[in-house]
Each structure stands twice: as structure tokens, then as C-alpha cells.
Design a binder for this molecule. Sequence first.
Ligand code: CA
Length: 489
Amino acid sequence: MNRRTFLGVTAAALTASAAQATRPNVLMIGVDDMNDWVGCLGGYPGVRTPNIDRLASMGALFNNAHCAAPVCNPSRTALFTGLRPSSSGIYDNEQYWRPALPGVLTLPEYFRKNGYHAAGAGKVLHHVAGFNPPDQWDEFQLQIFDDPWYRRAEWYPWVKKEPTPAGYPYNGIKDFQGEFDWGVLPRNEAEYGDMRAVDWAGKFLRKEHTKPFFAAVGLWHPHIPMFAPQKYFDMYPKDRVSLPVTPEDDLADVPPQGEKFAAARREEFERIVKDGKWRDMVQAYLACITFADAMVGQILEFLETSACAKNTIVVFWSDNGWHLGEKRHVHKSTLWQRSTHVPLIITGGPTRERGKARVQPVSLLDLYPTLVDLCGLPANSANEGISLRPMLEHSRAPHPPVVTTYWPGNHSVRDERWRYTRYHDGSEELFDEAADKNEFHNLAGNPKYADVKERLARVMPAKSVAPVFERAAYEFDYRTYSYKLKANH
Ligand SMILES: [Ca+2]
């Protein structure tokens, strides 16, 4: 800068550009359907997640973190828009958020508007065409799937279709079609789809950056199909894999709506059990968690050996949890701990008391305002979460109870000790997580706990907006990324 230019610049502009130059970068690492079977969360003794555990030791582990909705699209939409499902009307996987929420700025859009470079790879927002508009990003590398034979052209137009391979389904369950498969693919570790997102992260982090960046790497694992290299299966010999505890009468005290959520994929669970494959499925899930952990480790190594190592906030999250037979259910989409409890770690920025777990409840909805706060950007008044900065600075800083919502009027609230759920018909569940972490005993009918229920009910959204149109209501053009509501809507 020559002297003439220098004199022409106001002090305020100089301060602003100096702030701009020193703003921290953000590196998000998202995983899919990873529940609390993570070493540092203690959900499954014997699980191997050394890299995620190391990340937790370097920053703040939120060990009571919950998704805003217990399934991919509404959870990720809430995280990236900062809006609750009950405010956005995005409750499930079939609902496009973009045409329903015109004018809403997602995290990458907000960071770009404030001078950041926004970049990503893999499954960040929901993975089906129409859910991740490219205009949010300066650069984005799409998800590369391990099962291209399953990916229909109208949902995944960028995927080159391949014939169904010999040996499919790899889990050996005859006629078990679709996405729910597991096993070892006949390929090297480096050839798995998620490794392309890892490669992307390496290239991106080693580049010279002229602007601060917001980068998001979305790993598919341990989402189904649960494919991983043999060595990860070998870490969990089948005879040492333990199954979840599932009492016969566990659903007896669950209201009909809860039972309905749990029954949505019951056929698949029963088929897996009938074929003697339950333990195999648990083994595959563990293998995929450790595979995901290894990929997280590689991304962290890229960061740590890059020029941006010191000035990058890392956020690690999973969009929702996963059932492996608890309450006779596989998949997610319930309002129990198995579906709502997720790993969440933040390092860098103002984080103190590193390695110390935060036990107060937090929501993935809090990430938007947290990152905006940590990077010194103006607050987005549309955000419905709360900045976690106080909890980063002080491990015992308080946080109000948090809500997970699945379809209108079904809310589940967590505080440090309790889970209180109220379904749309007024039916209820209350679990004492300190005494009953498996949520076997519904205490909602016990008058002794009326005050607990009343206190937790206060944070439930008073109203749930109607669900927005499902994607079948639109004609979506992938080339122009435009949505046209069909005539009959
Ligand atoms: Ca998910």
C-alpha cells in the first residue's frame, strides 16, 4: 500500500479491514447418523474413536448435545438456517427448504455476505438434489457415494449409475434391497467415496487463503450403507460385540405416537433379527464409526500441518443419532436419546478449560449464532439458538433446556437430568436420565414430577407451523437449480 492510498483510507475502514484479516476460519466436520457410541461420550464401551477423543481433549466436548430434529434434512436445515423445525415447517426428509424459506441466509451465505470464502464437500446439507443450492458456496464438491447402483437419476443426477454388483446385498440378507446394506467393498480404503471429501479437505486447507474461510466437510459414515474396509470390521470381533439391552416390555409405557415412530422401520429390524444378522449390523456400525474417526483424524492432520492451524475454529457434529434395536427400532426419527443425542465438539476461539466436558444441554441450533459470535460477525436476528460462547469460556456456564421436534406438536426437551416429551395428542413421556439412561421407565404419570414437566414444557414452542410442501409438489430443474410449484398446489 503506498502512502497516498494509506492517507485516503479512513481509520474506521482500516480497523474493519484489520478485523477482517484476523477473523478466525471455521472448519466444520459433520458426520451422519453417529450416535453417542464415541469413546469420549461413553455410549459403547470398547468403541475406538481416538481422533474424535483427541479433538475433545483439545477443546470443549458438549456431552449433552441434541439435534433440533432427529433425521438428516430437518436437523441439517435447522443447523444451517438457525431456525427451529416448528418455525420453518421443515420437519422431514421430503421437504425442500430453499423454496419454503426465501430470503433465509444459511451459514455459508451469511459468512460470504460478511467477507468469508465459503467452501464445502460431501454431505453437508441434505444429500438429495435440490437440498444444497450451489449459490450458497464459492466452491463445493458433491457427495460421492459408495453404492452408485442404488442412486436414482432423478434424485442424484450427478452420479454415474452403475449396475448392481455381484455379491449385493453385501450383508447377505436375501432380497434386502435399497440403502440398508453393510459389509466390506472390494476396493482399497482410499477408494471409498468419503475419502474424496477428505482429499478435498487436504487440498483446500493447504491452499493459500486470501480471505478467512467457512469450510464444511460432510462425511457420510456411519450412515447406511455401512461399508468400510476389512480392518475396521476386524477391530470388532463379532463374538465380542454386545447388543443393546432391549427388555420385552420396553414399549408398554410408550404412548401410541412414540410407538408409531419406532414402528416405521420395524420390518427391517425384524428381518435382520430373523436372519440372525443383528450382531453383524452392530459390528458394521462400529466399523463405520471407527472408519469415520480415521477420516476425521486425517482432516485434522491436514489442518494441523497447514498455515491456518492456529486461526481455525473446528466444529465436529453429527446430524442425529441411530437406534440399533433399542425400542425394537433401527434407524432414527424418534424422540428418544438414541436419536437425539449427538457428538458435538468445538475447539479454538475463546475455548478455555480444554478437555473438560460441558454437561449442560445444548442444541445444534446453537451452532449458527455461536459461529457468528466467535468470528465477530453481526448477530443474525433470525437465529433461534443461543451462542455457546459462555460455555466455551466456562465449562459450568448455564444453558436453558433444549428441544428436539419431529413433525408438528411433537417435542422432546432435555435438561441436565430429564427428558420430557409431549406428542401432538398431549400424551407424554418423562425419563430420569441420571437413573435410567436407557429410558425404560416412563415417569410422566407420576404426580411427584408434575413440577419437572411444567418447567420443561415452558421451553416447548407454543406453536408449530404447518409442514411445507413435500418435493413431489415441485418440478425441480437440477441444471438451473430452480423449483416450480406444480399447478395443483
Ligand atoms: Ca442423518
